[in-house]
Design a protein around this ligand. Structure first.
Ligand SMILES: [Ca+2]
Ligand SMILES: [Ca+2]
Ligand SMILES: [Ca+2]
Ligand SMILES: [Ca+2]
Length: 348
């Protein structure tokens, strides 16, 4: 027999339970925030590789790790200035200049909204975020760019990161600008020359710092003639212009870096993959004769002060939702060399 009283009671219990579930979810889920910085320095040296790096990293954050679009802040060269700012190369190896796209994923919604890539804009965003983020959140910073070696005397390892308009800022100023963060875990990834010099300034509790090069050396990117643009949704930048370390960092995070195949890509695994597959790195098998030539050498660095890199992924502490591993197509790398004739250039 239908019991109206019981039905209403059960219905109410269900409503309360569902609303509690919803409330629990909203309060406990760590939020993920990311800042991507593509300084460019100036039009003549703002290589298409940096644009490709940025689009690849954004693609991985947005679509593999599902960072909320509104929590990803991208500083790209001249921001929303319609002037040409990015260096492309034609089939005759001659440079020409284009206006960097503001809509990186082609959904007609601009993704470059954070302003020009200057220290003023960047540090102002860090100020905003220090008030927004809380103690269970994840913060991810990533930079592709030129860098400067301002003074190479230990223990300071003074390095700079270049911004738009022929500007730069120091490792110490960068570290000061993020000192107020009170979050669960922080990850910093730098692709520029002399990027290893940022480690001594940033190292700290629950922070992981990854750099493409040591404090006293160049990092490398490569280009094709003509310029090959990143294909949105591929997560792979092997056969397009790109930075040799960052390219593999983002690719590894999209799936291939999961060495133990547990469905999680720890930051340890991501670094191990990127270092091993960096064609200018110390481990990569360049063949005989070496290709690329051995003088194009960088030593990626990884600082993990609290020794948590094996326990944390881009989703936070391992145990959350995980990306599906993608299959690898190593043949593409060789094909690109044969067809286009890859060229390597220093990022400085
Ligand atoms: Ca522009
Ligand atoms: Ca968009
Ligand atoms: Ca330093
Ligand atoms: Ca794993």
């Amino acid at each position: 027999m239908f019991d109206m009283k019981n039905s209403v009671f059960i219905f109410l219990i269900l409503i309360v339970a569902l609303s509690l579930l919803g409330a629990t979810d909203a309060n406990c889920a760590p939020e993920k925030y990311a800042v991507l910085f593509n300084g460019g320095y100036q039009t003549s040296s703002n290589y298409a590789a940096y644009l490709n790096d940025t689009r690849q990293m954004y693609d991985v954050l947005l679509n593999i790790y599902e960072f909320p679009e509104e929590n990803i802040f991208i500083f790209q060269s001249d921001g929303q200035d319609p002037a040409d700012d990015c260096r492309f190369i034609d089939s005759g190896n001659n440079p020409y200049y284009v206006n960097s796209p503001w809509d990186l994923d082609g959904d007609s919604d601009n993704d470059i909204e954070a302003g020009a890539a200057t220290s003023t804009n960047l540090f102002a965003k860090f100020d905003d975020l220090s008030n927004t983020m809380d103690s269970d959140d994840i913060f991810y910073f990533w930079a592709t760019d030129h860098g400067q070696d301002t003074a190479d005397d230990p223990p300071d390892y003074k390095s700079g990161l270049c911004g738009w308009g022929s500007t730069s800022f120091s490792d110490a100023d960068f570290a000061s600008s993020v000192a107020g963060f009170n979050v669960d875990t922080e990850m910093y990834v730098f692709g520029q020359c002399y990027s290893g010099g940022f480690i001594d300034n940033l190292t700290g509790e629950n922070r992981m710092v990854v750099t493409a090069a040591d404090h006293d050396e160049s990092s490398w990117s490569y280009y094709y003639t003509p310029t090959q643009e990143y294909a949105w949704g591929s997560y792979i930048n092997d056969d397009t212009d790109g930075s040799t370390f960052l390219n593999k960092w983002a690719k590894g995070l999209s799936g291939p870096a999961d060495a133990d195949e547990d469905g999680n890509i720890s930051i340890d695994e991501a670094f191990t993959y990127a270092e091993a597959n960096d064609i200018c790195g110390p481990i990569y098998d360049r063949g005989d004769p070496p290709n690329p030539p051995i003088e194009y050498l960088e030593h990626p660095q990884y600082d993990d002060y609290s020794d948590i890199g094996g326990l944390v992924s881009m989703n936070g502490w391992i145990g959350g939702s995980v990306p599906e591993p993608l299959s690898l197509f190593p043949g593409l790398i060789l094909a690109a060399y044969l067809v286009f004739g890859v060229r390597i250039l220093p990022k400085r």
